[in-house]
Design a protein around this ligand. Structure first.
Ligand code: MEV
Length: 323
């Protein structure tokens, strides 16, 4: 098999939103995640002409340019090399590769839209496509999960799963990973979900540690918060399947309040949630790890989503997209 004269290959992966259940999901409670297909990460692989053969990685969005052999611990080096090894187990004849891997994304880094997991899933897909090996979705997700551990320490696995499957997901860590068969409801919900970024972020690992400290200091209280959040997810699942948007909105408000109790919100996220509710949103909550990143607000209709977008921008949101 010759790779040197090949045309470039490209693969992509979507972003994600956590509708409800973040943080509690790390402690075994259920959560719901949604794919966001309006933003994508793209990975291109093309031949490299310099010798000796190396894997050169470029990520212009984060102004990074490095080699997998000299920077093996970086998440992008790991996912590319792990996927290469995974493919070699299926076809040991695959030679060492001399390639340039370029990662670009329209997801702002640190927006908590899953940019890290999307880069991993898209890279795994691109490497497998380049090596002409079929990569099942479950394996793309598993390869990305290993790298998520570098980003997040003790990830639940929800981000890599929803991004790899690109479908709404009902998720309980190590127990259930169920794709919700509700394409129309999900499409309708996403067309009314307004995602507003505060313009800064705190690493997910740090926020998971904040919750862990709170949990260690007061297990009884935090277990109650996690149970309450889990119950939000149970009711949100029913409401999603029944397309009951007012109930989803109330549950988003309830979830946000519980995330405030977990100490993962901040004044900027709270202010955007309040602004969204004042502008008629059915509900609003932070989405993802918190203390930065974004909020999601549920508009009453897609026309109202466009209005909500404008009012969130004038209330200080740095960037607003409609799911
Ligand atoms: C991050 O998108 C969601 C968290 O619950 C972390 C995790 O589940 O790994 C904060």
């Amino acid at each position: 098999m010759s790779f040197s004269d090949r045309a470039p290959v490209r693969a992509t992966a979507c972003g994600k939103l956590i509708l409800c259940g973040e943080h509690a999901v790390v402690y075994g409670r259920p959560a719901i995640a949604l794919p966001v297909t309006t933003v994508r990460t793209t990975v291109k692989i093309e031949p490299r002409w310099e010798t000796p053969p190396r894997i050169e990685i470029q990520a212009p969005n984060i102004k990074s340019h490095f080699y997998a052999d000299t920077d093996p611990g970086r998440p992008l080096s790991r996912i590319v090399c792990n996927t290469y090894e995974w493919c070699r187990r299926l076809n040991p004849a695959i030679p060492a590769q001399n390639i340039v891997v370029t990662v670009t994304s329209d997801m702002p880094v640190g927006s908590h839209l899953g940019s890290g997991a999307a880069a991993s899933v898209a890279s795994a897909r691109a490497v497998a496509a380049w090596l002409e090996i079929n990569l099942p979705v479950a394996d793309a997700s598993a390869l990305a999960f290993e790298v998520e551990k570098i980003h997040h320490g003790t990830p639940s696995g929800i981000d890599n799963t929803v991004i790899a499957y690109e479908q709404p997901l009902w998720f309980i860590k190590d127990v259930v990973s169920e794709l919700l068969e509700a394409p129309q409801q999900t499409e309708d919900l996403l067309s009314c979900l307004v995602v507003a970024a505060v313009g800064f972020s705190t690493p997910t690992k740090q926020m998971v540690d904040v919750v862990r400290e709170g949990f260690r200091a007061n297990r009884l209280r935090f277990n109650q918060y996690f149970d309450d959040i889990g119950f939000v997810s149970v009711r949100a699942r029913e409401a999603l399947l029944a397309a009951n948007w007012p109930v989803i909105g109330q549950l988003m408000d309830e979830n946000h309040q519980l995330l405030q109790e977990l100490n993962v919100s901040c004044k900027e996220l709270d202010a955007l949630c309040i602004a969204a509710r004042k502008s008629g949103a059915l509900g609003a909550k932070l989405s993802g790890a918190g203390r930065g990143g974004n909020i999601i607000a549920l508009a009453r209709s897609s026309a109202h989503a466009a209005e909500l977008r404008e009012s969130l921008l004038s209330s200080g949101a740095m960037q607003v997209l409609i799911g």
